[in-house]
Ligand binder design. Structure first.
Ligand SMILES: Nc1nc2c(ncn2[C@@H]2O[C@H](COP(=O)(O)OP(=O)(O)OP(=O)(O)O)[C@@H](O)[C@H]2O)c(=O)[nH]1
Ligand SMILES: [Mg+2]
Length: 481
């Protein structure tokens, strides 16, 4: 008699090097699973639990590949008398047989009641060895599903696999360990429900826990984004200097420092999002064509992200105030290069103050009498806000669609050169959304706590809702960005 485990557990089994560990990694969202191009990487079973709110809700067990499936099958076939104890009997009898050590190891979780997920590389033809493996799994009597994980794009053999599987498995899924999205993972769990009646209820709980957790992560992401926007906009640097100092060179240095510091705020936020989606080890980074590879204050970034000049002008007409400066930036920055762009990119937020009353008023510490002060930030340019949002949205889109099993970087064709016009997310936002951005910018700069809190709440809700729409790995977006 098998004792069903309290937490649903699935052993991922199959031939060596077919992608078992990759499937485990993607399903469990765990990049610590060892994956390697060399067959025989996994030699012992290892359990990868999925924990939500400190509670283990499901467990995926990585196993070594079949070592001698024909011999194992022949033995099982000849010992039908063991009936539903056949797996345990096989393990007990062959525990010391080096020829069958991996087969014993991979069958152990099954003997303990785990369900079976059988993984094959569907881009190769079926062999007699596979048939022996399928027969073994059928004889275990465990609830089982087959996963076709195509390592290459070749789909010639798919039908052949599906036909063979129909006779041996309760469910079949095409699932790519490198490309599977969140939706595909959920859909795989949905079909796992169908392989055993006893699992319908626990797996339904797992699926709803997954969905709730995913929603929660989006809420946390919105919070991370809001913090990043506030910190980046508020950030400023000042430098005091004597009257006869070379102000131009000091300005340049201060700008460079400002760029580095704001870049760090942005990077920290991106990394926090990456961690939230459980990418801890591999810095897979964005595809080479991604616009986010360009620096925050790079011309290309300002060319393709944020709002168009026309949108900014319309917005300035509606909201008035400092927005006008942004329109100039959009034009100037691109013509006059980086330094001008940065000067404009912080809008009126950079200034040089002469000595005298102004400095006395500001009570600048350590300031030589009659000296000057230069300041960069806080950033008053609304376009800067849009660019930060676009960049973090692009980053987020990649992160949520980056399967954990894909530990190496694919090399897609470069589309970078083709980017033109405004291709970010915010350019498609409506006036009401744009107004919220303007209010946020003004509130942050105003220093009025109540105003800031209200505007922050509104922008947070907007961002949370917009995150909901970002979700399409196959869409043009993934190529464009
Ligand atoms: N292109 C591509 N490669 C894949 C895919 N799945 C796995 N691979 C690659 O195939 C190789 C083997 O993957 P593993 O997940 O380690 O395979 P395994 O079945 O656990 O192998 P063993 O533990 O050695 O039995 C690795 O180089 C993976 O990156 C896939 O969907 N697409
Ligand atoms: Mg493995």
């Amino acid at each position: 008699m098998k004792i069903p485990e309290r937490t649903p557990a699935f052993a991922i089994v199959g031939h060596p090097n077919e992608g078992k560990s990759s499937v485990v990694s993607t399903l469990a969202e765990n990049d610590r699973v060892r994956i390697s191009p060399t067959p025989g990487e996994t030699v012992v079973c290892q359990s990868f639990p999925v924990t939500i709110d400190g509670r283990e809700i499901i467990r995926f067990i990585d196993t070594p590949g079949f070592q001698n499936p024909r011999k194992t099958f022949r033995w099982m076939q000849a010992h039908a008398e063991y009936d539903d104890r056949i797996v345990q009997a096989f393990i007990d009898i062959h525990a010391d047989d080096p020829d069958l050590s991996q087969d014993c190891e991979l069958l152990t979780p099954i003997a303990r009641g785990a369900g079976v997920i059988y993984v094959v590389d569907g881009s190769r033809p079926l062999r007699s060895m596979d048939k022996a493996e399928m027969e073994i799994l059928r004889l275990t009597g465990a609830p089982r599903m087959a996963i076709i994980n195509c390592k290459e794009d070749d789909t010639r053999y798919l039908d052949q696999w599906k036909t063979a599987f129909r006779r041996h498995f309760n469910a079949i899924r095409v699932f790519n360990a490198h490309q599977a999205t969140y939706a595909e993972r959920i859909s795989l769990l949905e079909s796992l429900k169908g392989i055993d009646q006893d699992w319908i209820a626990p797996l339904s709980t797992v699926i709803s826990a997954f969905k709730k957790d995913w929603d929660h992560r989006k809420t946390l992401t919105a919070e991370i984004i809001i913090t990043m926007l506030t910190e980046s906009l508020e950030f400023s640097l000042t430098k005091n200097h004597a009257e006869d100092a070379d102000e131009e060179s000091l300005k340049k240095k201060l700008f460079a420092k400002y760029i580095r510091a704001v870049g760090k705020i942005e990077k920290t936020a991106h990394q926090r999002i990456r961690k939230l989606y459980k990418h801890n080890i591999f810095n897979y980074d964005l595809p080479p064509q991604s616009i986010v590879h360009q620096d925050l204050f790079n011309e290309k970034t300002w060319q393709v992200l944020g709002l168009s000049r026309k949108q900014l002008a319309t917005l300035a007409g509606i909201t008035g105030g400092t927005i006008g400066a942004a329109v100039d930036v959009a034009a100037h920055g691109l013509t006059f290069g980086l330094f001008t762009l940065i000067g404009g990119a912080v809008g009126a937020g950079w200034a040089a103050f002469g000595g005298g009353r102004r400095l006395a008023e500001k009570k600048v510490a350590g300031m030589a009498l009659g000296g000057h002060q230069i300041r960069v930030g806080p950033n008053e340019n609304i376009q800067f806000l849009y660019i930060l949002i676009d960049r973090v949205f692009i980053f987020y889109a990649h992160i949520i669609n980056w399967a954990h099993g894909r530990q190496v970087m694919p090399i897609p064709p470069s589309a970078m050169g083709k980017l033109s016009g405004k291709t970010g997310y915010t350019a498609a936002w409506n006036i009401s959304a744009q107004r919220k951005c303007t209010s946020f910018l003004h509130a942050v700069l105003s220093g009025d706590a109540a105003k800031k809190e209200r505007a922050t709440r509104e922008l947070r809700t907007l961002i949370r809702n917009e995150l909901e729409k970002i979700y399409t790995p196959e869409s043009e977006d993934s190529v464009r960005f």
